[in-house]
Ligand binder design. Sequence first.
Ligand code: SF4
Length: 131
Amino acid sequence: MAETQTKIICITCPVGCTLSVSYEGDKVLKVEGNQCRKGIDYAKNEIKDPRRMVTTTVKVKGGFHPLCPVYTSAPIPKPLIFELVKKLREIELEAPVKVGQVVLKDFLGTGVDVLSARDLPKANSKRKQSS
Ligand code: SF4
């Protein structure tokens, strides 16, 4: 298998180092441009099994807001992101929604759940006033 070179941006921290990565298949041979060890780990993961956290919203029936923010419990493989977002568009929760509530369990057997990021009361319920 031939050696391939590519450039990727490390998104592990706000510095955003540009990494020059040489690899064969899914084996990383050399990483340059990283300012710390995490850049090497990031490059290896990006070549072998790139994953991302996903945050989006889902519809809520009868809620104080029509949409509820949600997030994945762990990063999912990048090739599955489109399918996940498509699946979440089909879901409509019923208010009230609790923070941390499981919106979608074990997406495609990845072991990753999608969770609600906030409480969302019913549309007609009064919000608690802080004193
Ligand atoms: S290589 Fe290190 S310093 Fe550079 S973006 Fe990645 S984590 Fe940050």
